[in-house]
Write a protein that binds this ligand. Structure first.
Ligand code: CAA
Length: 241
């Protein structure tokens, strides 16, 4: 039976590449989106991957959305990719409480929401793959991103704690920390700031979404059951730990 996979933020950028790649590997994959219905519909038409709309920052919306997605897919989610994320970049001395809390809610609390709602069925069945998409900026910090760096560093701690709780139940929980990848999010970085960043990437270019998806597909496989609690950096050599 095809494994059921759900990818949040799965209709654009890195998430869309992950959804395509999991589908190509034989999964019964679905994607969650929030704001951009037009792009989501185009993605659905092009890939045949079903899309569902809800706000991953909202626990009740996740509960209702997950229920309808699982009904459509024909069973509980076995592979969960928490990819949805936003930026609200500002220096801390200018950052509003809203810029802080929106990023924490969408980038970190979403992992709690989606995992909390999916983990019970994974535990009962003795199988699960959870892959949380973190960021290089949660590992090293980034000028202008106290909110995002805090959220993504939080994702790394969350991943390790949940990996410990889940290891004996056949569930692996890992984090992937991409560097700067050619997506809408990175395209929104001011040109000067992006030029400064690109100069720090030894590989000499931005990453491609498909280069992140390759690793996620590997971690999602049944055969990857001994890999858990790990953080994988994919950043073109920009930050080596
Ligand atoms: N290091 C040191 N100094 C820096 C700096 C840096 N990285 N970036 C800017 N500065 C300096 C500027 O030169 C400027 O100095 P002066 O006042 O002496 O001229 C000062 O800091 C203020 O800079 P700005 O005028 O740019 O300040 P701002 O308030 O208009 O904007 C900012 C600040 C929002 C942080 C803007 O610089 C920015 O957007 N930077 C990019 C942040 C970034 O990399 N975001 C990543 C988004 S992609 C992503 O997050 C995906 C992922 O996971 C990798």
């Amino acid at each position: 039976m095809a494994r059921i996979a759900l990818i949040t933020g799965g209709t654009r950028g890195i998430g869309a590449a992950i959804a395509r790649s999991l589908k190509a590997s034989g999964c019964n994959a679905a994607a969650v989106y929030h704001g951009n219905a037009e792009k989501a519909e185009a993605f659905r038409r092009e890939t045949g991957i079903p899309v569902f709309q809800w706000d991953v920052a909202d626990f009740a919306a996740c509960a209702a959305g997950l229920k309808s997605a699982e009904q459509y897919l024909g069973g509980p989610v076995e592979i969960l990719v928490n990819n949805a994320g936003i930026t609200r970049d500002a220096l801390l001395h200018k950052m509003t409480p809203q810029q802080w809390s929106e990023v924490i809610a969408t980038d970190l609390t979403s992992c709690f929401n989606m995992c909390r709602l999916s983990i019970g069925a994974m535990r009962e069945r003795g199988f699960g793959r959870i892959i949380n998409i973190a960021s290089i900026n949660g590992q090293k910090g980034q000028f202008g991103q106290t909110n995002y760096s805090a959220a993504k560093a939080g994702v790394l701690g969350f991943t390790k704690a949940l990996a410990l709780e889940s290891a004996a139940k056949g569930i692996t929980v890992n984090a992937v920390a991409p560097g700067y990848v050619a997506t809408d999010m990175v395209a929104a970085v001011p040109r000067e700031a992006l030029a400064r960043i690109e100069a720090q990437i030894p590989v000499g270019r931005l990453g491609q979404a498909g280069e992140i998806a390759r690793l996620v597909q590997f971690l999602a496989a049944d055969e990857s059951g001994f890999i858990t609690g790990a953080t994988f950096s994919i950043n073109g050599g920009q930050y080596m730990i």
